[in-house]
Design a protein around this ligand. Structure first.
Ligand code: MF3
Ligand code: CO
Ligand code: CO
Length: 264
């Protein structure tokens, strides 16, 4: 099967093959990933009651430019901002705006920074003041889903193993996994082959090989998995208006495990 291709021989676009990157590319991804992680560290103290999400986005834009990065989401397919900020019942792709943060809110901030042509994509949950116990647990379990999935990564496992692990943890805690959005190959393009589903069956999907680079970004709902797209064409919310949480890292498969690029 011709499913994989040496990344240095492939055009910089989605050609439906899985690109395998070399050591030099991993170094580049570590830099862009680290900058994206630093951006989220930087924004944390501003995630406070009274601040608007638009203000946070402006700070992210300035952080990117002052670190020689381009915010990948800005004008991507017409998306109007440098980050996605998704509050409470918003699953993902929340557009920053005039809404003020208030005590009890949980929010995902998702940034993708391009540094020297390489994309680092990461998101985390933030809490405003004291949040409900349910919100607290949802956030903790969603982080656990991502980190436990990362723990199993190595050559030879399959993408279905990743999804199965995430689904297992979410459902054990009576949460649901969003199925309409997924992780993705990444490198010198934002969204590449393959899709990384956050649900699935062990032993199914693509085999992981050394040199693969992709994101894992589970979206976990407190209620049902059903989504709704708002009329702005971007914002995706839970159909039942319950809370949703998400964490994301960009990772690269190594000889016997993985590198997490989006850490500081
Ligand atoms: N950063 C998101 C991801 O994790 C993509 C956002 S695309 C946007 O893949 F256009 F909505 F910003
Ligand atoms: Co992503
Ligand atoms: Co992202």
């Amino acid at each position: 099967m011709h499913s994989y291709i040496k990344a240095s021989l492939a055009p910089i676009k989605n050609i439906g093959l899985i690109k395998l990157y070399d050591q030099e590319s991993f170094k580049c991804m570590k830099k862009s990933g680290m900058l994206a992680a630093k951006c989220l560290d930087f924004i944390e103290p501003y995630v406070q009651e009274g601040n608007t999400t638009e203000y946070l986005d402006k700070l992210i834009y300035e952080f990117a430019l002052s670190n020689n990065c381009i915010p990948a989401t800005l004008y991507y397919r017409g998306y109007p901002a440098s980050s996605c900020i998704s509050l409470n019942n918003v699953i993902c792709h929340g557009i920053p705006g005039k809404k003020k943060l208030k005590e009890g809110d949980i929010l995902n901030i998702d940034v993708t920074l391009i540094y020297e042509g390489w994309y680092g994509d990461t998101s985390r949950m933030f809490k405003v003041g004291k949040v409900s116990r349910k919100a607290e647990i949802l956030v903790d379990i969603t982080k656990e889903c991502l980190m436990e999935a990362i723990k199993i990564l190595k050559p030879g496992i399959r993408t279905g193993d990743i999804g199965a692990r995430i689904q297992e943890i979410a459902e054990k805690n009576r949460f649901s996994v969003v199925e309409d959005l997924c992780g993705h190959g990444i490198g010198k393009i934002f969204h590449d082959h393959p899709n990384i589903l956050h649900f699935g069956k062990k032993g199914h999907g693509y085999e992981l090989k050394e040199g693969m680079i992709f994101t894992i970004e589970p979206m976990i709902n407190a209620g049902t998995k059903d989504i709704k797209l708002l009329s702005d064409g971007w914002t995706i919310v839970t159909r039942d208006k319950e809370l949703s949480a998400q964490f994301e890292h960009t990772v690269g498969i190594t000889k016997d495990g993985c590198d997490i690029f989006t850490i500081n």
